[in-house]
Write a protein that binds this ligand. Structure first.
Ligand code: FAD
Length: 311
């Protein structure tokens, strides 16, 4: 007979670790399946807002959360979930190689980088077009790089790039970047960073590698703007496709709708972290949502008379 898990957590980011740690403490039979260990937070080396740590790298924070979860009796598998189906009151969660059966599922699948959607982006990805400053910023030592975006993470990425590049341009579609005040000040005070406001990138051009972008308005007398690298930092899209296919309700942005207990519209299906319909997406909020979901999974499996059947 197929092994039955009380909960299957899909994801391996901070929200999944928070959920796994609490599920383990509640001694419910827990399987966690995730593709990229640590998730998004490992893309920053400068986490200064996770309570309890004045400063920690994203990788260290993820490692600490994982190690804490591993203090309890949880099972982890590395892999990509390709399908989640309802089987009676239960769920079958499949990777390309294996299938697992759970009484409940917690989606902690996070997000992926939003694409700019302009000509040249796909062609030059990895050849001057990047999405992760921490991963690829060091290639731009003493070079000229630009970054599209105006969020707090865009500001932090521009500051990181400025450690390597001789010049960093922030190309932003609005007048003022909307970073946290402390990061905005650091950007303004940097003599390497210059903001080009109210401007969009229309096209990315190059030879083997990027050598310029085309702007929608003139800068220094031309719409052709020479650069050596372009970092696209315009946010993320919720990875909610598996949940959608299962019948879970999403909002207009494609995020999973949950109540404050982490319940979705489907009985036995919970969600937490960047994939859910919250405005504030941070490591600490994701961990807390994972913990909340695990607590309510525990209550649910204790009370509900969940019946599975083998199809
Ligand atoms: C550049 C940058 C800087 C940031 N800085 C900070 C900061 O300083 N402080 C802060 O609090 N927050 C920061 N954040 C936000 C923070 O990183 C996120 O809020 C948090 O990491 C979200 O965690 P998550 O677990 O919900 O999702 P994610 O970290 O996106 O993790 C999702 C996980 O699910 C897995 N997954 C997805 N689909 C599948 C599938 N089909 N099968 C198996 N696994 C799957 C992924 O591989 C991944 O492991 C920053 C974000 C960025 C981009």
């Amino acid at each position: 007979m197929t092994e039955l898990w009380d909960t299957i957590i899909i994801g391996a980011g901070v929200s999944a670790y928070g959920a796994a740690m609490y599920a383990g403490r509640f001694e419910i039979k827990t399987l966690m399946i995730g593709e990229l260990p640590g998730g998004t937070i490992v893309n920053t080396d400068d986490v200064a807002n996770y309570p309890g740590f004045k400063m920690i790298t994203g990788m260290d924070l993820a490692d600490k959360l994982r190690e804490h979860a591993e203090e309890y009796n949880i099972t982890q598998k590395n892999g990509r979930v390709v399908k989640v189906e309802k089987t009676g009151d239960c769920f079958t969660v499949s990777t390309n190689d294996e299938s697992f059966k759970g009484k409940t599922v917690i989606f902690a699948t996070g997000t992926e980088w939003r694409k700019l959607g302009v000509p040249g982006e796909k062609e030059f990805t990895g050849k001057g077009v990047h999405y992760c400053a921490l991963c690829d910023g060091a290639f731009y030592k003493e070079k000229v790089a630009a970054l599209v975006g105006g969020s707090d993470s865009a500001a932090k990425d521009a500051l990181l790039l400025a450690k390597y590049a001789k010049k960093v341009y922030i190309i932003y579609r609005k007048e003022n970047i909307r970073a946290e005040p402390i990061n905005k000040r650091r950007v303004e005070q940097s003599d390497k960073i210059e903001v080009i406001p109210n401007t969009n990138v229309l096209e990315i051009k190059g030879d083997k590698f990027v050598n310029k972008v085309i702007l929608d308005k003139e800068y220094n007398g031309s719409t052709e703007f020479p650069i050596e690298g372009l970092f696209i930092d315009i946010g993320h899209i919720a990875l909610s496709g598996l949940a959608k296919d299962l019948g879970v309700a999403l909002n207009k942005k494609g995020e999973i709708i949950v109540d404050r207990h982490g319940f979705t519209n489907m009985e036995g299906v919970f969600a937490a972290g960047d994939v859910i319909d919250t405005d504030f997406k941070q490591a600490i909020t994701g961990v807390a949502e994972g913990v909340t979901a695990a607590f309510n999974v525990y209550n649910y499996v204790e009370k509900a008379d969940v019946k599975c059947f083998d199809p």
